[in-house]
Ligand binder design. Structure first.
Ligand SMILES: Cc1ncc(COP(=O)(O)O)c(C=O)c1O
Length: 315
């Protein structure tokens, strides 16, 4: 470090460089002193940088210093390229294995032989992947049942969900041209979760699945997944060709409910629950960004072949 840099580090506020603006349109002509750059950025996002007051994610997002060190050491890996970083990928797999068992996958079933899943960028990506799993498996089941899935006038796929959904479900339906069939939350009543009777009335042969929200962002209520599963079982008995599936969006409850008593079964203990997503950070003291999705079976009927990718050229 030069003498000037040292001086800047101690007292950057009075320096000429501290008068510089953070660029917002073009890459600047001149380099900026790194100490000044760092401090300008720190000031710019000061109000957002207090992890123990990070209410925007519902919770605190600070962690132990050891976690900081591990994160720093891993910063130079591009974890999305799993073939390049097999040890990092193996650690991810261990987490999926544990989460699956935490959510009721029987102990004698093993990851990845019997069930499958992955880390995601928050629940936002987890929900997207859950939706894709439902859409693509529906296409296969519908085709086998003789439905012309290319006839979108009559067979546009639809998804049923309570209207207290998080915006990611709207994105999923928009990106993939899926009709979102919303079940309204009743105004002025105690019914701040999914009305199962109303949800079942919306089901038809083009329904890719029902999303149960196990922790509704707006109301704090939870959908009754057990009651929904019961109704779906009854429906499936009379519709063996096109059985319905449930995806549970447990963004902020999936790491909570397994550890407290009083919740009715909501997870893979229920037979029609095909997949579950969760956010890593919604119960506090975890850095944000990570999420997870687990499918109850590792077979093409739950996660079709075309959604699985094998990469040969990395690594
Ligand atoms: C029910 C629900 N689903 C999905 C999400 C998206 O989660 P994330 O912020 O981890 O992407 C949220 C976040 O608020 C949520 O509450």
């Amino acid at each position: 470090m030069t003498e000037k840099d040292q001086a800047l580090e101690q007292n950057w506020l009075g320096s000429t460089e501290s008068g510089e603006d953070l660029p917002d349109q073009d890459i600047p002509e001149q380099a900026m002193n790194p100490t000044v750059a760092k401090q300008l950025i720190q000031h710019f996002r000061l109000n957002e940088a207090k992890a123990d007051q990070n209410l925007t994610t519902f919770c605190t997002t600070q962690m132990e210093p050891e976690a900081d060190e591990l994160m720093k050491e891993a910063m130079n890996t591009n974890a999305i390229d799993k073939t390049e970083y097999p040890k990092t990928a193996a650690m991810c797999d261990r987490c999926v294995a544990m989460i699956g068992h935490m959510w009721g996958i029987p102990e004698d079933e093993k990851f990845p032989k019997d069930y499958i899943g992955t880390s995601t960028v928050g629940s936002s990506e987890g929900c997207m992947l859950g939706g894709l799993g439902m859409l693509f498996t529906w296409k296969h089941r519908a085709k086998a049942a003789g439905i012309n899935i290319n006839d979108l006038d009559h067979h546009r796929p639809n998804l049923i969900i309570g209207s207290g959904y998080q915006v990611v479900w709207q994105k999923f339906c928009t990106y993939w041209n899926v009709e979102m069939r919303q079940v309204p939350l009743k105004k002025g009543s105690d019914e701040l979760n999914l009305n199962i009777d109303e949800a079942m009335k919306l089901v038809d042969e083009n329904t890719i699945g029902i999303v149960a929200i196990f922790g509704i962002t707006y109301t704090g209520a939870i959908d009754d997944v057990q009651a929904l599963d019961q109704r779906v079982s009854e429906y499936n008995q009379s519709h063996p060709d096109l059985p319905l599936r449930i995806h549970v969006d447990s963004a902020y409850n999936g790491f909570f409910a397994p550890w407290v008593s009083g919740f009715k079964p909501w997870d893979f203990r229920l037979k029609n629950v095909a997949s579950i997503n969760v956010s890593g950070h919604k119960y506090g003291m975890v850095y944000p960004g990570i999420g997870w999705i687990v499918w109850r079976k590792n077979n093409y009927d739950y996660l079709p072949k075309e959604l699985r990718f094998s990469v040969q050229y990395l690594g």
